[in-house]
Design a protein around this ligand. Structure first.
Ligand code: COA
Length: 166
């Protein structure tokens, strides 16, 4: 499938929030309000993929990555709070989502690589994320190093820290 990965615009937020709601349980999903706050605070942290429309018009939102530029090295609950934190060149990946009907077709691989390049242009030097056990291998393949059990308590799940230095 042909996709176009680009910096997000305000108009993309509803589509991003809809995918987030579809792929995460309610206790883990970020709300549209949170995405709006984040976009107002750090728009450079948003990337979306849209599928190419057959008629050349606007495609469907297929995937998104939202990062928070921070001075914190690893993901903590503060990353998810709607309040200012010290900024830096580590882009903390708050969410990475592919629309359910488009998963397991290689889009996640393409989206991650294209987004890391996009964020690098916007000043990212490092990336942090917290993921579940079953996705550690996926991120390792993209160069992330495991950094142990995360302090993140989001949704009460067990999260693992991963880190990538460019
Ligand atoms: C994780 C996610 C972004 C991956 O996107 P995707 O388009 O499905 O990924 P790809 O098709 O590029 O997958 C590439 C490889 O990654 C691994 N992978 C992807 N999703 C996986 C899953 N749910 N469990 C285990 N391995 C997975 C597989 O090795 C896969 O290759 P395969 O399909 O040949 O087995 C997507 O499944 C998603 O939105 N999941 C729900 C939200 C989520 O958990 N996000 C991650 C937050 S840390």
């Amino acid at each position: 499938m042909k996709i176009n990965v680009r910096a997000a615009e305000k108009a993309d937020i509803a589509g991003i929030a809809a995918i987030e709601k579809a792929v995460f349980p309610p206790e883990e999903a970020l709300s549209e309000e949170t995405f709006k706050w984040c976009f107002a605070s750090f728009p450079e942290g948003f990337a979306v993929a849209e599928s190419a429309a057959a008629d050349g018009g606007k495609g469907e939102t297929a995937a998104a990555i939202v990062c928070r530029p921070t001075a914190l090295r690893l993901i903590t609950d503060e990353i998810y709070e709607r309040k200012e934190i010290s900024r830096g060149d580590t882009f903390a990946i708050m969410t990475f989502i592919v629309a359910p009907h488009l998963q397991r077709q290689g889009l996640g691989d393409k989206m991650l690589e294209a987004s890391l390049a996009l964020f690098r242009e916007k000043g990212a030097k490092n990336f942090s994320l917290a993921c579940k056990e079953h996705l550690k291998a996926f991120y390792r393949r993209h160069g992330f190093i495991e950094a142990g059990l995360s302090r993140l308590t989001l949704g009460g799940a067990v999260w693992y820290d991963m880190y990538l230095t460019l």
